[in-house]
Design a binder for this molecule. Structure first.
Ligand SMILES: NC(=O)c1ccc[n+]([C@@H]2O[C@H](COP(=O)([O-])OP(=O)(O)OC[C@H]3O[C@@H](n4cnc5c(N)ncnc54)[C@H](OP(=O)(O)O)[C@@H]3O)[C@@H](O)[C@H]2O)c1
Length: 325
């Protein structure tokens, strides 16, 4: 048996277990996992705060890269192809099942480590920044959590579109990383108020789209920094799910406040997004015009250490598990 997976014994104990090789349906593939990407949702799942949907794998992990081990007869893939995929749980393992429509071929020249950084960030950024918030070339995007696994991809995508990018982070060191990623303005949210910093940069009221993973007490700032017809796409609540906002701003700015979670997209919405991401974002990686920011790689049995590091907030960029032996 070559299937090993991480099992949650209790919120503070993970064990590695063994099972039968995975099988898949006609429209699915089984992937020999090279790397699995860590996501905040995994940490919440381990702590019992984010129960997986009833039809999902109980094993943590939402994205993987690797090689096709079994190709369902209607999947359109062949055994041996290098891919990366969004999985319905089950990524913290040596094998994972993915829907074919949620699986992308890894371009020539892109390694498995890089590929594992892409599915969750690409889908989240594309769906929220482009589909829901309609960022256009030349507009201004403000990204909270700019060095996060999600945020760094948003910064790089917007720069590739010729947008002006403002990004936030919590330390001067992380702001330096934002500068290197190409952000036009980096704001240290721990240093002084974001409103004051935006005023100093002359960008208050100039932002077309906010990609917001923080919410809470920053929501009023998000509204105030918007230009007329600005859009806020909320994807996370790192500063809390409760916010007091002045709705006058919403009216005066004709603003749009939208939100989503990737897991709740219908299969057809996901499939459409994957097609668009493959057409518009994968070529940027293949051409070297976008390089996901990676912080650290852990071995699969060290998943708890990896999650503890993520929960500490010290990381900048993606954390990965090496799943192949
Ligand atoms: N809705 C969806 O479909 C979807 C999909 C994927 C991810 N997400 C969400 O997107 C966010 C990023 O995910 P990730 O996996 O990339 O996680 P991550 O790398 O751990 O990023 C978390 C980010 O949040 C920022 N942050 C944390 N606490 C903050 C605070 N108190 N004030 C301001 N910023 C704070 C951090 O910035 P500093 O390190 O600079 O403090 C960090 O960049 C998470 O909230 C996650 O739940 C949503």
């Amino acid at each position: 048996m070559s299937y090993h997976f991480i099992h949650i014994e209790d919120p503070e104990t993970l064990s590695i277990q063994q099972g039968d090789d995975l099988q898949c349906r006609a429209d699915e593939v089984v992937i020999d996992v090279a790397y699995a990407g860590l996501n905040r949702a995994d940490v919440l799942q381990r702590m019992g705060l984010y129960p997986p949907p009833p039809d999902a794998s109980k094993v943590m992990g939402l994205e993987v890269s690797g090689c096709i081990k079994v190709a369902g007869e209607e999947s359109g893939f062949s055994v041996g192809e290098r891919v990366c995929a969004l999985v319905h749980g089950g990524g913290y393992a040596t094998q994972a099942v993915a829907k074919a429509v949620c699986t992308m071929r890894t371009p020539e020249g892109v390694d498995d480590l890089t590929a594992a950084c892409l599915p969750e960030a690409f889908l989240t950024v594309w769906y929220n920044v482009i589909v829901r918030a309609s960022l256009k070339a030349g507009e201004t995007l403000l990204v909270h959590g700019g060095v996060s696994g999600i945020g760094n991809i948003a910064v790089q995508l917007a720069k590739s579109m010729g947008c002006k990018v403002i990004a936030t982070a919590g330390t001067p060191e992380k702001c330096s990383i934002l500068d290197r990623l190409g952000a036009d303005i980096s704001l240290n949210y721990s240093a002084s108020s974001l409103t004051q910093q935006c005023q100093e940069h002359g960008v208050m009221g100039e932002v077309d789209v906010v990609l917001d993973m923080v919410g809470g007490d920053f929501e009023q700032f998000n509204l105030e920094c918007l230009a007329v017809d600005g859009r806020i796409a909320c994807i996370g609540l790192m500063r809390g799910g409760q916010a007091t906002i002045d709705l006058t701003q919403l009216l005066m700015k004709r603003a749009t406040l939208t939100g989503s979670t990737l897991r709740r997209l219908t299969p057809s919405e996901k499939a459409r997004c994957f097609e668009e991401v493959e057409a518009h974002m994968m070529p940027l990686v293949a051409a070297g015009a976008m390089t996901p920011l990676v912080d650290r790689v852990y071995d699969l049995p060290d998943a708890l250490d990896a999650q503890t590091y993520m929960a500490s907030g010290g990381h900048a960029g993606k954390l990965l598990l090496k799943c192949a032996s």
